[in-house]
Write a protein that binds this ligand. Structure first.
Ligand SMILES: C[S@@+](CC[C@H](N)C(=O)[O-])C[C@H]1O[C@@H](n2cnc3c(N)ncnc32)[C@H](O)[C@@H]1O
Length: 374
């Protein structure tokens, strides 16, 4: 079976989290900004797409070369066996990105690469000029960094954060892989309680339940590789059956509360879709009234961030309540993702650690309190 140079992509700051996940799946990894490389065949493409909780996409590195002008980009792209990868009717959108390189026009780069591939395939398939692109999709990716070009094939398709369990509407949800990455930055492994007292549509609690029950996060979606004509399509069902047989019973409670009953209803639908509705205690309660008998677990949440003055005052009041009420439960390690740089002042406790992250374009901090407790 052919072996490929594969890599996972991820949000900035989560390289080590993804590398750790890949290592625990049995791979040797090499990390650079935004990418973790590993080697594997089709089985590994199926396995990593199905099991990685924290990555964005899994790609096959097809070719690497240096190019500083369009001629060289064209020639080196043409000089690849595209007919081996793409059937004559393949649809092959080309996504391009260039950073700190002489070739910097992304639309120009995309169209040169597309032209080189069309011409090569026309030659290889003895067709003149026109390719139908009526078949399944082979998403190609070109990335240029400091004149080094990488041509890749995306095996995931839609980003892996799109698990498929979420109903469309509902507040300001965290992306599923972002929520899973936050959980991986805590000691949570399912063996101790987990509480999200500001649960919104439930992403953190649901991702925690998936971890606790060892449910594969890609169980409900499709992947780009399912359209590749050279891919052994039996591997997907085999991996899914194996994943199904590895699901565990939950062993410690997960509590998800929020002040807003309507958002909790959405959270419940999401949890139902993910097969973990029975594993999460949902309850409507304001932070100021929150109480629990549980001990020695993880509290994790992303409270609202007030951009407008009135919202800011409300948010600051909430941070104070969180400090007063949740701060009492200091047998729990506590983790808060907050956009307000003054969070500690209102929360009233000093963080043991603070990690800079981006939630989309929003610069945020992931604060850890009493993190040594568990
Ligand atoms: C940014 S959202 C959380 C999003 C969530 N992590 C998700 O992925 O869907 C913040 C949540 O805090 C809730 N909230 C605001 N004030 C609250 C309070 N005083 N007590 C409890 N929940 C509150 C809101 O209803 C909202 O659902």
């Amino acid at each position: 079976m052919k072996e490929y140079q594969l890599y996972a992509t991820m949000g900035a700051g989560f390289e080590s989290v993804v590398a750790k996940e890949l290592q625990s799946l049995g791979y040797q990894t090499q990390t650079e900004n935004g990418r973790v490389f590993f080697r594997g065949g089709q089985k590994d493409i199926v396995k990593t797409n199905l099991w990685l909780r924290t990555a964005d996409r899994i790609k096959i590195l097809l070719k690497e070369f240096t190019a500083t002008d369009f001629d060289s980009l064209y020639n080196q792209t043409y000089d690849f066996d595209w007919a081996e990868l793409l059937p004559v009717d393949a649809k092959f959108p080309v996504q391009g990105r260039s950073v700190r390189s002489q070739l910097h026009s992304e639309p120009g780069i995309q169209s040169i690469v597309k032209k080189a591939i069309v011409n090569k395939m026309s030659d290889q398939y003895h067709r003149r000029g026109f390719l139908p692109e009526s078949g399944s999709e082979y998403p190609l990716d070109i990335h240029i960094y400091k004149n080094k070009v990488r041509l890749s094939l995306d095996t995931s398709g839609a980003s892996l954060f799109k698990r498929g369990y979420r109903v469309e509407h509902g507040g300001a949800p965290l992306k599923e892989n972002f929520a899973a990455s936050l959980l991986k930055l805590t000691p949570y492994d399912g063996s101790h309680p987990l509480i999200d007292p500001l649960t919104g549509s439930g992403t953190l609690a649901i991702e925690a339940a998936l971890i606790a029950k060892n449910i594969a996060p890609g169980s409900w979606r499709s992947f780009a590789y399912q359209g590749f004509d050279w891919f052994n399509q039996d591997l997907y069902q085999e991996a899914l059956d194996e994943a199904e047989s590895e699901i565990k019973e939950i062993s410690a409670p997960i509590v998800a509360s929020d002040i807003d009953q309507s958002i909790l209803e959405i959270a419940k639908v999401n949890a139902h879709n993910a097969g973990v509705l029975q594993d999460i205690y949902f309850k409507q309660v304001a932070v100021k009234d929150f109480a629990t008998d549980l001990e020695n677990g993880v509290i994790i949440a992303n409270p609202p961030y007030g951009k407008r003055l009135k919202d800011k005052e409300t948010a600051e009041g909430l941070y104070k309540q969180m400090g007063q009420v949740l701060g009492k439960y200091n047998s729990f390690s506590q983790y808060y993702l907050v956009g307000d740089p003054e969070f500690e002042k209102y929360f009233g406790h000093t963080a043991t650690k603070k990690r800079k992250l981006f939630n989309g374009n929003l610069r945020v901090d992931f604060y850890q309190f009493w993190a040594n407790r568990r």
